[in-house]
Design a protein around this ligand. Sequence first.
Ligand code: NAD
Ligand code: 6OD
Length: 498
Amino acid sequence: MATSSSDLARRAAGEMLNFIDGEFVRSADDGCFETFDPTCGQPYASVHAAGEAEVDRAVRAARDALDGPWGKLTVAERSALLFKLAARINERFEEFLVAECLDTGKPHALARHIDIPRGAANFTVFADLVRNVPTESYRMETPDGAGALNYGVRRPKGVIAVICPWNLPLLLMTWKVGPALACGNTVVVKPSEETPATATLLGEVMNEVGIPPGVYNVVNGFGAGSTGEFLTRHPQVDAITFTGETVTGTAIMQNAAVGIRDVSFELGGKNAGVVFADADFDAAVDGISRAAFANCGQVCLGTERVYVERPIFERFVEALKARAEGLKIGLPAAADTGLGPMVSSQQRDKVLGYYERARALGATVVTGGGVPDMPHEQAGGYWIEPTIWTGLAEDSPIVREEIFGPCCHLRPFDDEDEVVALANATDYGLCTTIWTQHAARAHRVAERIDVGITWVNCWFLRDLRTSFGGARQSGIGREGGVHSLEFYTELRNVCIKL
Ligand code: NAD
Ligand code: 6OD
């Protein structure tokens, strides 16, 4: 059942609806689930789940929009609408910020600096790019001497299912929706059940700027046996782009196999940071500290394994410890908050489980390892201490498995060969950070570590024109710049006999 009242008013009343064909839609059977404020553990909104019928309606709306007004726009018209959309996100910046931080518990300062600006930039960058894509063309010779001309034509792939995680909800969703729409596709988004707020708010903004109904749809709910599975199994979905756990990617890929649908996967990681003794010491401590603890460690690009060249190992451990202990744990809106809570009680309990295992395995707990004391009103929140370990074997689960919490293990190394072998001893291959002032060494080591993304003397510095994605079990395919255009379009060749 559709409703036309303001989404703002509904959100104030604690309800979040699906967004289908340009309308906010209640669950047909009023099947709702609660979403929680991670700072106190209390439910703050009731989310209307999309069952099979709503998912089907959303996919059909997306298909109709492809054949309707959206499909008839020129590239320039589409691009202009996406610029308007980005401008409107910026006008409503504070609303997006508050919604994102309420859902995730992340510090306002972080969302202000990264999540919300990227929510807008993900549209402008690709709206700009699609206006400037070169077309490949080959003149060929033929026996009659007249020749033939081949040229490529890019067409939208169709209806794209976008399945998102909870750690950077707006950033990661728009990272896929931006290029998908810029290329002329339509989308059905399934936000994480933990963080539906900014995807819902974006529906309102789509209507405000005149994106035609059906181009952007949001269906809320869970994964296996629920909304996510209904969506990825739907035969009218042409391609699936997914960010989340490797094990979820495996399940989605099985559904995608039916009908031979294309997939783009950004999955888990167990990323290594490599610090050489010649690094700018303070910059390395700062970078590793951010890579380990930012967003309460809930960043796929984070560093949970840190290898430090032996001459500076002890000093580095002490400096990182001081950084961890200096992080102010607190509420999102406080200006001095460096670390918010984790997103959910399940995630917090999972990470605390690793904290216990580390202790049982004989780790040296350099700092943290538990739950901080918080004021009474926040006692039910999902708080956790930033934690540093040393002394564990490389084959321990703490060093092998993705924890996705504010923690890291440090180990000394003696030479390049050793550290390359250590960094590569994982099934994952998302990213690495290398800290050195020796340019040739940076090149050498970067070429030998088997990952999709290498940062040297920086972390999470993003140029959206560059390729982004993981090697091995960290993903399939690359997005970013022209690589996104590859995934979100079908390239056809036209051969004209002259
Ligand atoms: P998750 O895989 O549990 O869930 C992600 C999304 O998939 C959610 O919307 C969920 O409802 C849905 N889902 C779950 N099972 C499904 C199924 N069978 N069919 C369809 N949809 C299903 O991941 P998460 O816990 O939300 O996010 C954390 C994980 O995401 C970590 O492993 C992290 O490394 C990874 N991640 C990777 C990147 C990257 O760029 N490589 C970025 C962010 C997060
Ligand atoms: O910056 C990006 O485009 C991106 N996909 C970041 C992923 C972060 C993982 O948590």
